[in-house]
Ligand binder design. Structure first.
Ligand SMILES: Nc1ncnc2c1ncn2[C@@H]1O[C@H](COP(=O)(O)OP(=O)(O)OP(=O)(O)O)[C@@H](O)[C@H]1O
Ligand SMILES: [Mg+2]
Length: 478
């Protein structure tokens, strides 16, 4: 493969696409800058994955800088990955994918559309991944020792609400295309790769991936085995609540799996010791987030002094002079990031496995997915070692969320899950998170504060869920 893959005529490309992208991009589910005006675009790179010719479809890979007002002049723009299909005539089945028809430039008069909606073009990406190498600024890689990828697997959209775009190939593999990208290794490739190399089987192996090499290293796509017929932990938890079934065995297993992943991450990647100064910094950051949150959501104000006491207790731990370990963690662990698979016979390939009824029958296996962390946070912050309790707090908040979605509210269900999860974690790691209540409470509080802001902004109907947790956590501080 050669440098010739960079799009020949990219000079006139952006001005001709910009009016179309202004209309199209802000309406994408994965566009992170909703509600903020886009002031302009810049072209980071343009690569032909399938040459754009006068006949047949072409596939253009773009890294697009998206400029917004109010950012300092030297701040880099947000960068998005686009895969644009180009055809002279668009078949009617692809009509919903249309972005528009540029009036000028190298694609003048051609139909430009969302390339990942076109199974023919989705196949091109898998073909590229089958053969490691470079193509213009892009590099395609494969996991050492992974069996060869089969060709000709039909692609279908995952059909899930998500902040990236995933395609399923032949019910065997799933390829996640990262949409908003930041320079540097994405933990959603970095951590599964480290875990797979360490022999931890709780995470689907990244069998192939691709990145950009220039002008900056961006992780762009990761291919993993598709866990066919799996159901995520959130759905299984809601099923258990609806059926009046306990979820304690599942919660215990999830505790063990979390500990297994943490142990493997601590062995595979650098850890650091948190001493007094670092613990105080963590508490300061939590206090800062609380102050910002209380400005945005005044309902938090009455609780703020007692919540600060939880963060002060965290800072106080450092004064004891005991070091605590920080390590790489999942960073956004909740029930929706776990998949249970393996007890069900494979269904017909055309069926949608997402919709099949599944219960966590014995004999299946839990896996953990989506190690991206909280995408709104900068990449270097997400890649920093953190106390493993951060993930534990995330999962405990998730049990609370699940219980609160059920009518009538079932606090016993959540409490039982909490106990079982911590017990499971202790069984595998030798450390029960409840033995350090100050640490756990501070991280649960920090998470609940984040949730309050998120819900107030995006789902005001859900705001009572984290506010109830805030009420409970504030009351727990003496
Ligand atoms: N290996 C897999 N096997 C089966 N299904 C999977 C696999 N990986 C992911 N999924 C499904 O795809 C969904 C989206 O995956 P993922 O969470 O990685 O994407 P995301 O864009 O980061 O989503 P989000 O916006 O929720 O963070 C998951 O909720 C799960 O249902
Ligand atoms: Mg994600």
């Amino acid at each position: 493969m050669s440098e010739a893959a960079s799009f020949r005529n990219s000079a006139g490309l952006l001005p001709s696409l910009a009016p179309l992208l202004h209309a199209w991009l802000p309406r994408r589910r994965w566009f992170a800058g909703k509600g903020q005006p886009v002031t302009g675009f810049s072209l980071v790179s343009a690569t032909e994955l399938l040459p754009v010719r006068s006949t047949g479809p072409g596939l253009l890979h773009l890294l697009l800088g998206v400029h917004r007002p109010g950012l300092p002049a030297d701040a880099p723009p947000d960068c998005y990955q686009l895969l644009l299909g180009v055809r002279g005539v668009l078949p009617s089945r692809l009509a919903p994918a249309l972005i528009g028809r540029p009036a000028s430039g190298p694609l003048a008069g051609r139909m430009v559309y969302e390339g990942l909606d076109d199974p023919r073009l989705a196949e091109v990406v898998l073909e590229r991944l089958r053969t490691p190498g470079t193509l213009g600024p892009l590099r395609f890689d494969r996991f050492d020792g992974a069996p060869a990828l089969p060709g000709g697997l039909a692609a279908r959209p995952l059909g899930a609400e998500q902040s990236n775009t995933s395609l399923v190939y032949g019910d065997s593999y799933i390829l996640k295309f990262f949409r908003r990208v930041q320079p540097g290794p994405n933990p959603d490739l970095e951590l599964p790769l480290a875990l797979a190399r360490a022999g931890c089987s709780r995470v689907p192996v990244p069998v192939a991936w691709y990145e950009s090499v220039t002008p900056a290293p961006y992780t762009l796509g990761v291919l993993q085995p598709y866990l066919r017929g799996s159901a995520d932990g959130w759905r299984l938890a809601l099923d258990s609540l609806a059926a009046g079934r306990p979820f304690t065995e599942e919660a215990r297993a999830l505790g063990r799996v979390t500990a297994e992943v943490h142990t493997a991450l601590a062995a595979a990647l650098p850890t650091v010791e948190l001493r007094r100064a670092q613990t105080e910094l963590l508490a300061d950051a939590m206090n800062r987030r609380l102050n910002e949150a209380a400005r945005a959501v005044p309902a938090l104000l009455p609780y703020a002094p007692r919540l600060r006491a939880a963060f002060d207790a965290l800072a106080g731990l450092g004064e004891e002079g005991l070091a605590r370990r920080a390590q790489r963690v999942h960073g956004d662990l909740h029930l929706g990031q776990t998949l249970y698979a393996g007890t069900h016979p494979p269904g017909p390939p055309a069926a949608s496995p997402e919709n099949r009824a599944v219960s966590a029958a014995p004999g299946g296996r839990w896996s953990v997915i989506d190690f991206e962390g909280e995408p709104a946070r900068p990449l270097d912050e997400r890649r920093r070692p953190q106390p493993p309790v951060r993930d534990i707090a995330g999962m405990l908040r998730s049990f609370d969320y699940a219980a609160r979605t059920h009518r009538p509210w079932n606090p016993v269900w959540a409490e039982d899950c909490r106990i079982a999860y911590c017990e499971g974690y202790a069984e595998t790691s030798g450390t029960d998170p409840r033995e350090e209540p100050e640490l756990l409470r501070a991280y649960e509080t920090d998470k609940a504060v984040y949730e309050v802001v998120y819900e107030a902004r995006h789902r005001p109907d859900w705001l009572p869920v984290p506010l109830a947790a805030i009420d409970r956590l504030a009351a727990a501080v003496i």
